[in-house]
Design a protein around this ligand. Structure first.
Ligand SMILES: *Cc1c(COP(=O)(O)O)cnc(C)c1O
Length: 374
């Protein structure tokens, strides 16, 4: 892999063509609408650019957690439908309604406040979120009847348009997810019994979009998959036909030849066992490189694989490269597309005891994102 642009200490390159291709893959695989999830700054990839790439790949709708994220997409020039589903207590829905944001509704209180945000003859567009086993937000089964009846009434008088009904799966076992699907269809049936027939029933995120075809319904909400990462412990991106979009790299900041017995980084948890070369990599936990991956996190330098030596610090870590020739300014790849020789984000997740979602999402604001057009 080539070097970083001159003067660049660290960067995350984002392959927008990969996001586009991944969305296209989910369109073909599922045959239903793809709702591309770009919350948390597009899982660290840049929400507006990721959203635009997802739309270019055929996504019909975007999903974010909160209204602030939805409004940021509008400010970034995104005009496609956007749904936001996690709201502050007492959140004011008027600005969102004015910007045409679709609201995920998890309670009677949210429903009435959404209807109150309608202005003139412009109904507010909502997706009813129902609880089917995850125990997070969503309308409780005991409240289905009263909330659905009120939603139907508000729709009849033109305050609301109920375009969606949705829930979220636990991915515990296929049986657990099938039980949640069953509970979901019960909820859909109860809604129909009071005259609500939302055209977009959506339940599956990436995991079920791939593994539980009966859960695809009218739309799939795909997050991690559009960024080309796998939600499965035992299947890689390539196994799923996906291309990782983010590559995290840094330029070697310093090189030092040291004798055997030299302590490395805080606590000297690594000591050189021979005369060797140590290289300094200017990325640390402030940049989202997990300190838990100290002494383990993989890197690739000059086509060779190495691991972090000793503790990862706030701004930097060290790699012991032996006698391998490495110079200041050489590129260090932390993760990217393994089919191109980079470690996988999943390798860092394994080294840190977490999941690849967390690795890409936590890459910090000090790391510039360079977006590469399709
Ligand atoms: C984050 C999120 C998703 C996306 O999940 P992935 O596993 O990243 O595909 C889908 N739906 C909801 C409700 C979410 O919060």
């Amino acid at each position: 892999m080539s070097g970083l642009p001159a003067g660049t200490m660290r960067e995350a390159t984002i392959d927008l063509g990969a996001i586009e291709a991944n969305v296209r893959h989910f369109r073909r695989l599922t045959g239903v609408e793809v709702l591309a999830v770009v919350k948390a700054d597009g899982y660290g990839h840049g929400a507006v650019r990721a959203a635009a790439a997802a739309l270019a790949g055929g996504a019909a709708r975007l999903g974010v957690a909160d209204i602030g994220e939805a409004l940021a997409l509008r400010r970034g020039g995104i005009v496609a439908p956007v749904v936001a589903w996690l709201h502050a207590p007492g959140a004011d829905f008027r600005e969102a309604a004015g910007a045409g944001i679709e609201l995920g509704i998890s309670s009677y209180d949210q429903l009435t406040r959404a209807a109150a945000a309608a202005s003139g003859d412009h109904p507010v567009t909502v997706h009813l979120k129902i609880e089917t086993g995850l125990s997070r937000n969503g309308i409780a089964p005991a409240d289905y009847r009263i909330v659905f009846a009120e939603a139907a009434r508000l729709e009849r008088i033109g305050r609301l348009r109920v375009v969606g009904i949705f829930s979220h799966l636990s991915n515990t076992t296929p049986d657990d997810d099938r039980a949640a699907l069953h509970a979901f269809m019960e909820g859909v049936g109860q809604a129909a019994s009071v005259g609500l027939r939302p055209p977009i029933r959506h339940l599956a995120a990436t995991h079920a979009a791939i593994d539980l075809p009966e859960a695809r319904l009218d739309a799939v909400r795909v997050g991690i998959g559009i960024y080309g990462l796998s939600p499965f412990a035992d299947r890689s991106s390539a196994d799923l036909g996906l291309r990782p979009a983010m590559t995290l790299r840094a330029s070697v900041a310093a090189v030092r030849r040291v004798p055997a017995g030299t302590g490395v980084s805080y606590g000297y948890t690594h000591r050189t066992d021979r005369e060797t070369t140590l290289v300094l990599v200017p990325l640390g936990y402030a940049d989202g490189v997990p300190r838990q991956a100290s002494s383990r996190g993989p890197v690739r330098i000059g086509g060779r694989d190495f691991a972090v030596a000793g503790r990862i610090a706030m701004d930097q870590f060290v790699v012991d490269v032996g006698d391998h020739p490495v110079g200041v300014g050489d590129a260090v790849v932390l993760f990217g597309d393994p089919t191109l020789g980079a470690p996988a984000a999943k390798d860092w997740a394994d080294a840190a005891g977490t999941i690849d979602y967390e690795i890409v999402t936590r890459i910090g604001p000090r790391v510039p994102r360079r977006h590469m057009q399709a």
